[in-house]
Design a protein around this ligand. Structure first.
Ligand SMILES: *[C@@H]1O[C@H](CO)[C@@H](O)[C@H](O)[C@H]1NC(C)=O
Ligand SMILES: *[C@@H]1O[C@H](CO)[C@@H](O)[C@H](O)[C@H]1NC(C)=O
Ligand SMILES: *[C@@H]1O[C@H](CO)[C@@H](O)[C@H](O)[C@H]1NC(C)=O
Ligand SMILES: *[C@@H]1O[C@H](CO)[C@@H](O)[C@H](O)[C@H]1NC(C)=O
Ligand SMILES: CC(=O)N[C@H]1CO[C@H](CO)[C@@H](O)[C@@H]1O
Length: 726
């Protein structure tokens, strides 16, 4: 942390309190503040010992981004990717706030989320790591937290989540900094990202979290260059703390810290879990005190570390009657007297599960279903694991409906409404005769499929963290196919049923060509990773009580080889550059109605001082509004929500910036429109949104030529086109 900038973020009162408390601490106290107590030495996954002399309690850091891990009675929220696919800032905020509220009630001071990235990730079959390149994974995998592989969409979701969480007085943690793009060899591989891609893509979501005053950032397991991310001073001190003005603290991912002196001098502020998962060897603690005594680490560095940990705690008011941990521990399944914390957060979980659903295909209005006389429901993904929703530890299996992936970011399901449970309830209301087959063997569903006018087939594709291998997938995925031969199951049903609707639960994109070429597959629904309210959210959309309004937060390609990861050209940027036609483009999603776009307005480009380069440290003017773009969206025939998206094209060869992506997302807005209604979307473009990162002089530059502006319903469905600037 840069002490110089400290008072800008913190209230004078919080700063003064931290200074006063610091003056009472010995170096041993200060090092203890910065060092976890050791693995499983407290109720949380990370614990800092209390310092009673200053009234500082034992501090609890707890997983994870989708719910309070190991705690009883919590809400299990939908994954980041399903939150991202809502494109709904109010739901992003509501989820963050509900997570924060549950954390606080349970006595958690620091919630280990949200997650930025992976961004460049789409799986490839081969995945040997070389220092000179980096490999691919399915988007959305990293602790199931990541919102999108587009940095702008991910950045908005990060900021909303942080703001929501911290409004509940819980410190949020933006992670994993940086380039933590795969599980394979995650502690030894290096993500070598060039400076422009670093700034324009990988840093972007972190920057937005920092702007939202995120209390801390977690450095990641991987290397970035020769040094590990937690030991790289260029990244942590020069870029994160100085260039981005980050004023909180940096914590190591669990055992991602390697050296006492190197990590301190690189700028990290907390060592977690303290020892290396229970070996009782502490990289900091007394070793850090010795390093200060021997002048290998400056006294001012240790003071800075302690000051910012204290200040974050004061800043969020955590010294004021904060709940203590009662009746639960990460290391025991026994609970007694733990508070009930979930309140009505199931409504937030259901709204996200529902509004994150993306309708990919809908021929002849096959959906919504209207009181069908008969309906077949086929596939193991339609039902609950008979051994229970939490039967697999950290969700380390793909046994029946997929509602969470496997990883340290899981939470216990309080309940899990499987698709068939919710469909049964609706069928009973409608008098629909249901035929079910809940096997993943293609021929098993034959009689069900043949007996009904319409068939719903459920398929999935799981993913998780590398400490567990599930069905041969060691965290990363081996390919982009559905699991358990889902495509064959869908084809078998489609061979017998002319109205086959495919529902997909998956962590990210998968290749659907063999299904989509079948004329009997009339509709395809991507239902993401919906968590506990899965079936409820799905039925809302399948039966049309809610119009689908999710949009893809990634591209679905026709073939795995169509994805790219080189430099700036990830996801749609790569498809655009190489003229590859995707199957379903980024931002795509159908509705049960049509929306029309009109009245494009583009303001003049406002002059700024300085008008061209903005040097590091002069970041503030980068967030000044440089131009405003607006449009009118008009309803269709039924009520529905539309996500209007703004894409900006930098001039193709402006000074210093050849090779810009053809277009990039720079705004979005979701409107709820009744029949007969229309609404205005207004996009405020900040200077940064119109800049490129100049690697020569290390600054953001706004080009002086004209920008292309497109407002559309996806990245390839532009409805209104104009230019900005002169
Ligand atoms: C971040 O903190 C600053 C300074 O206290 C404040 O002006 C700003 O509104 C905060 N931002 C958010 C998103 O809370
Ligand atoms: C730290 O990260 C930067 C930015 O990616 C990289 O250029 C540099 O080589 C890394 N430094 C070390 C010592 O690994
Ligand atoms: C999950 O499925 C596997 C393979 O069928 C089976 O061996 C295992 O017992 C199941 N576990 C649970 C907890 O459902
Ligand atoms: C950065 O370098 C470019 C040329 O590469 C130049 O046009 C621009 O004015 C420079 N900006 C600053 C702030 O030095
Ligand atoms: C585009 C569209 O369908 N607009 C409709 C909005 O609702 C009014 C009133 O129902 C209709 O007249 C419009 O045609």
């Amino acid at each position: 942390m840069s002490s110089l900038l400290f008072p800008i973020l913190l209230t004078a009162a919080a700063y003064a309190k931290a200074k006063t408390a610091l003056a009472k601490l010995t170096n041993t106290n200060k090092a203890a503040l910065a060092t976890g107590m050791g693995w499983e030495k407290g109720p949380c996954v990370g614990n800092i010992a209390a310092i009673t002399a200053i009234g500082f309690p034992e501090l609890c850091l707890q997983d994870g981004p989708l719910g309070v891990r190991y705690a009883p009675g919590v809400t299990a929220f939908p994954a980041g990717i399903t939150t991202g696919s809502t494109w709904d800032t109010s739901l992003m905020y509501a989820r963050g706030n509900a997570l924060g509220t549950e954390s606080k009630a349970l006595g958690v001071h620091v919630q280990l989320g949200p997650v930025a990235g992976p961004l460049g990730k789409i799986p490839q079959v081969e995945y040997e790591m070389h220092l000179s390149d980096w490999k691919l994974n399915r988007i959305g995998w990293k602790e199931l937290g990541s919102f999108s592989n587009d940095p702008y969409l991910a950045g908005v979701a990060m900021a909303q989540t942080v703001t929501g969480m911290q409004a509940a007085s819980v410190q949020a943690c933006a992670k994993h900094f940086i380039g933590n793009e795969q599980e394979h060899d995650r502690s030894s591989m290096s993500s070598n990202i060039d400076d422009r891609a670093l700034h324009e893509l990988y840093l972007w979501p972190f920057t937005e979290a920092v702007k939202a005053n995120v209390s801390f950032v977690m450095c990641s397991y991987n290397k970035v260059g020769p040094a590990w991310a937690c030991e790289n001073g260029t990244l942590i001190t020069n870029i994160l703390k100085n260039e981005l003005d980050f004023q909180g603290w940096v914590v190591s991912d669990w055992a991602a810290q390697h050296t006492t002196v190197g990590s301190s001098n690189a700028g990290i502020d907390m060592s977690m879990p303290g020892d290396n998962f229970g070996d009782n060897k502490f990289v900091w603690g007394v070793a850090l005190v010795s390093a200060v005594s021997s002048n290998q680490v400056a006294q001012s560095r240790l003071d800075d570390i302690a000051l910012c940990i204290l200040a974050g705690w004061y800043f969020l008011g955590q010294e004021n009657s904060y709940p203590t941990i009662t009746g639960w521990s990460s290391w025991s399944t026994a609970t007694s007297g733990a508070p009930s914390v979930s309140g009505t957060h199931n409504t937030v979980a259901q709204a996200i599960a529902r509004d994150g659903i993306v309708l990919l295909k809908n021929s002849n209005n096959a959906l919504p279903l209207k009181k069908p006389a008969s309906l077949a429901v086929v596939g193991y993904d339609a039902v609950l694991n008979p051994q229970g929703a939490n039967a697999c530890v950290d969700r380390d299996c793909d046994n029946r409906t997929l509602a969470k992936g496997w990883d340290s970011g899981t939470a216990q399901f309080p309940h899990l409404i499987a698709p068939l449970d919710a469909i049964k309830a609706q069928a009973s209301t409608d008098g629909t005769v249901l035929a079910t087959s809940t096997s993943d063997t293609p021929s098993a569903g034959d009689s069900a499929a043949a007996s009904a006018a319409t068939a719903l087939v459920f398929i999935n594709a799981d993913l998780g963290e590398g400490y567990i291998t599930v069905e041969g997938n060691a965290g990363d995925c081996n390919n982009l196919d559905s699991w358990h031969n889902g495509n064959d199951l869908a084809a078998a049903v489609a061979a017998l049923n002319k109205k086959t609707i495919v529902v997909i639960h998956s962590v990210g994109p998968l290749i659907l060509e063999s299904i989509l070429t079948l004329p009997s597959v009339v509709a395809v629904v991507w239902a993401g990773i919906p968590s506990q309210e899965s079936g409820n959210g799905l039925v809302d959309v399948l039966y049309g009580s809610t119009n689908p309004s999710g949009k893809l937060p990634f591209t679905i390609a026709k073939a795995a080889a169509d994805y790219g990861t080189s430099g700036l050209f990830i996801d749609y940027r790569h498809f655009d550059k190489n003229s590859i036609v995707p199957r379903y483009e980024f931002g795509f999603g159908l509705s049960y109605t049509m929306f029309s776009y009109s009245n494009l307005f583009i303001s003049a480009l406002r002059a700024a001082t300085p008008s061209a380069g903005i040097a590091p440290g002069g970041l503030k003017s980068l967030y000044d509004v440089a131009a405003t773009v607006s449009a009118t969206i008009t309803n269709g025939t039924v009520e529905g929500k539309e996500v209007a998206q703004l894409y900006v094209s930098l001039p193709s060869d402006s000074a210093g910036a050849s090779g810009n992506p053809i277009k990039q997302l720079r705004g979005f807005s979701k409107l709820d429109l009744k029949p007969g209604g229309s609404g205005k979307v207004v996009f405020e473009l900040r200077r940064k949104d119109l800049s490129f990162w100049d690697t020569g002089n290390k600054s953001w530059i706004v080009p002086t030529e004209k920008f292309g502006v497109v407002i559309g319903a996806s990245c390839r469905d532009g409805r209104l086109t104009g230019t900005l600037g002169s």
